[in-house]
Design a protein around this ligand. Structure first.
Ligand code: TRP
Ligand code: SF4
Length: 437
């Protein structure tokens, strides 16, 4: 029997190595599931007020970003038509046209109604209900502290911004976000404070209404429902988070809960809250996903914005694009063709940096500083680039414009889809507040 010994040890050795490989493999596999779940967990939501025509600044700054995100996340984009009233309540703007134009421009620039959920705020009246209910727990001082409140009142002196609606603007925005349990909110710098405010609103709501008398018992029984192995992992992650506060355990625990098939939504929320030692998490705290400021300059070199009157709209005709670009100011030193200029002092050069190839840029630099080209000549490639950028967008716009029923349908379907989520959140909110009769 002696001769079996080397074999035996070989087999044992083999099993050991195999075990290690299997473990490593298992880990790798598990972590890729984790990552997927974290991604899936992140719902994206953002909105835009329908206060006027969309322009190249929106396209380069916001819309291209939204279109990219729709392929990575479960994305919700909506027209914040109620928000338009908070600053423009007395203007007789044609909201109906603005709303449908906005949706058309979104579609024409690449948002896909089958990939993202596109909807209109007022078609989901649950937003108003959530706004009202959240107003019960939101301290007045929090609203008065939001930076945009005082800023806008200062800036827009001609408007009456002393209304209840204007003060509540950020809270309505919180309702928009919290309704969809959105984890990520792509916004520009100016909106980050509103997302921070939303986090506080959610935390307070959960604190006030998320506590159940038998919370711990319910949480414990939910843990056992996950099965032995998963329950153990959950407990370990919770312990590690509570002892060391390390975010990685929190993220992993959240992902783990996301994977559970045999626990109810209510239990999932309890266990989420239980990790952090709170009550049930009913409303999810969102994070701002800061949109890089658009590098698209306006016609005068400042940021492109309607309030500076320096925009090129997405629906601008080629003739108007040409006119507008040709009227752009240039380096003031170039009065005559023979006066050399400095591209760095010229807004046209900023546009070349966005639109032109290196070769063209070299031609501009040389031509301008050595007075070899005229400014109209220099602007020609910009006109051509913008016109050809807008051409396919405008073709799409024309297609949708010729089919207004389709736009109505897209708005209706998107809003109905959003409403399914909104209704379910409202049920939980009403339930937590005891409005179930
Ligand atoms: N306040 C945003 C703006 O003016 C628009 C908006 C309303 C919004 N509700 C939102 C943006 C919710 C993100 C999420 O641009
Ligand atoms: Fe501007 Fe071009 Fe004229 Fe130079 S040549 S000033 S870059 S428009």
């Amino acid at each position: 029997m002696n001769y079996l010994n080397p074999f035996k040890s070989l087999i044992i050795w083999f099993l050991m190595v195999w075990n290690v490989i299997a473990k490593l493999w298992d880990n790798k596999f598990n972590s890729s599931i984790l990552i997927k779940n974290i991604m899936k967990d992140h719902r994206v939501l953002s909105g835009m007020r329908p206060t006027g025509q969309l322009h190249l600044g929106h396209y380069h700054g916001v819309l291209k970003n939204w279109a990219r995100l729709q392929n990575e996340y479960d994305s919700y984009y909506f027209v914040a038509d109620w928000h338009a009233f908070t600053t423009h309540y007395s203007d007789r703007i044609d909201l109906e046209k603005n709303v449908s134009d906005m949706i058309v421009d979104w579609l024409a620039t690449g948002l896909n109604p089958n990939t993202a959920t596109l909807f209109v705020q007022s078609k989901v009246p649950e937003h108003a209900e959530l706004h009202l209910l959240l107003s019960m727990t939101t301290p007045l001082s929090w609203l008065e502290r939001v930076p945009s409140f005082k800023d806008q009142q200062e800036k827009l002196k001609s408007k009456d911004l002393s209304t209840y609606g204007f003060l509540g603007y950020p809270l309505l925005q919180s309702a928009d976000i919290l309704m969809y349990k959105a984890g990520l909110v792509p916004v520009g710098e100016d909106q980050v404070a509103h997302v921070e405010f939303t986090r506080e609103v959610a935390r307070r709501f959960n604190f006030v209404y998320g506590r159940e008398a038998d919370f711990e018992e319910k949480a414990e029984s939910a843990i056992t429902k996950m099965g032995k192995k998963q329950a153990k992992l959950y407990r370990e992650l919770r312990k590690s988070y509570q002892e060391t506060g390390d975010d990685e355990s929190l993220v992993k625990a959240k992902a783990l809960l996301g994977e559970q098939q045999n626990i109810t939504l209510g239990d999932r929320e309890r266990l989420l809250g239980f990790i952090e030692g709170l009550g049930k998490i009913i409303l999810v705290e969102p994070e701002a996903l800061l949109t890089e400021a658009s590098k698209m300059p306006g016609l005068d070199g400042q940021k492109m914005s309607k309030s500076y009157n320096n925009t090129i709209s997405l629906r601008e005709s080629p003739e108007l694009v040409k006119q507008k670009v040709n009227r752009m100011p240039t380096d003031p030193a170039r009065i005559k063709l023979t006066d050399p200029g400095d591209p760095n002092k010229c807004p046209v050069w900023q546009m070349h940096q966005i639109y032109s190839s290196e070769q063209t840029q070299n031609w501009v630099k040389d031509g301008c500083t050595n007075a070899k080209i005229g400014c109209i000549e220099c602007k020609k490639p910009i006109v051509d680039s913008i016109v050809s950028e807008l051409e396919p967008i405008q073709e799409e716009v024309a297609k949708y414009e010729s089919n207004p029923n389709l736009i109505q349908e897209i708005i209706f379907e998107g809003s109905e889809r959003a409403r399914v989520v909104a209704k379910s959140t409202m049920e939980e909110v009403r339930d937590a507040m005891g409005i179930t009769y």
